[in-house]
Design a protein around this ligand. Sequence first.
Ligand SMILES: NC(=O)c1ccc[n+]([C@@H]2O[C@H](COP(=O)([O-])OP(=O)(O)OC[C@H]3O[C@@H](n4cnc5c(N)ncnc54)[C@H](OP(=O)(O)O)[C@@H]3O)[C@@H](O)[C@H]2O)c1
Length: 394
Amino acid sequence: MKSTKARIEPVCFNSRIRGISPETVRQLTLPGGGKMPAAAFGTFHSDWAQAYMKDATVEAIRLGWRHLDTARAYENEDVVGEAIREAIRKGYIASADELFITGKLWNGHMAPKDVGPALDNTLKALGVDRIDLYLNHWPWPNVHTPGCTGEHRNPNAVPYIHEQFMETWAELVKQKKAGKIVHLGTSNHTALTMKLLLRDVAADERPVVNQMEMHPLFQQTELRSYFESEGIVCMGYMALGSPKRPARDTFKEHRADMQDPVILAIAKESGLSPAQVCLAWAVQRMNGSGGFVAMATRSDWIRDNLAAATGDRLTSEQVLRISGDGTPEHPGIDANNRLIWGQVFLWPEADGDWRVLWSDSQVFETRAAYERFKKAYWEFDRVRRETAVPANQP
Ligand SMILES: NC(=O)c1ccc[n+]([C@@H]2O[C@H](COP(=O)([O-])OP(=O)(O)OC[C@H]3O[C@@H](n4cnc5c(N)ncnc54)[C@H](OP(=O)(O)O)[C@@H]3O)[C@@H](O)[C@H]2O)c1
């Protein structure tokens, strides 16, 4: 069933709002050279905003955003392509070359034979010859239907199988060597899946970026430090805490970043909005080594969010109050508040526990290793059901 989350604020584009000069926006240097704007405009529609994505993207380009974050899974690459063409027609940019475009290979296209055609379709829809950064969207080939509810399960879902992933990666490398991809990256990789990937690739086949969920209440400092120690640049998605995310990713345990008391206090004393505090922190933390992806459908928010990525909007003391440093004086506000639990990607042996997706407790080198595990798991399950006293027994 499709989620029917109601839209709260009216879409509000205002041509009188002046843009920001793209040159003033922080840039990140990618391994091997090349620059990437630290602020990426998100194009995921959260189910309700699909109708506005073209206009919002044109508005983002008008207001100075030069990095667009797209994905096949967002089902709107053609809409983003139209927005780019419209931005050129309106003179906001001279050509798509002025943009840095991130795209993502969808889970359903990870079979080697599907990678090339999927990339070709993406390039065609976006109207470009090559993509600046192409990410593998998720480490496993598990698909869910668009707009599905949190109860959706794919009976064919599998855990991370390194042998299988490397076949996908080899195909991605081939596409890069053919000139259709400038930089290759991953998204939602864990520490172990990244270690395995780095173990088995040549220097020019390494991912240069990992896109991952990061916001003040879910900082992922340790994982990010590991990626950075390997020279991988980290981009944080849901950088505002994704207040209008789909119902399947909304749980009563979740907290709202933009309503956190420390974020509100820093906003008050600095004259920034709570959103700007979250985003300025995202680009300033950890010596300004990473960036963010954020989406908005109002001109003022689109402009303000980009402004957060210019200069140092927070003092180092304010950054420290959010990040913390492990001392009682500076606890920070990280609350391990993961928004995407990923339960729709679970495979049968995960036993319904979404934490298995992130804990690296079910990662396999080969298909044969997973088959052995699966056989043993279901034998164990059978014996458990035959022998254990049911919990509801008097
Ligand atoms: N790699 C992955 O697996 C992955 C997963 C999730 C997301 N992403 C990417 O990350 C992007 C961002 O994620 P997201 O859109 O879910 O979350 P987000 O950027 O944290 O939050 C976006 C929401 O915040 C609201 N907002 C924006 N600016 C605001 C401001 N200044 N003040 C108050 N509210 C504001 C917007 O409302 P309005 O729309 O009403 O303006 C929008 O609904 C996505 O669009 C997508 O490109 C990647």
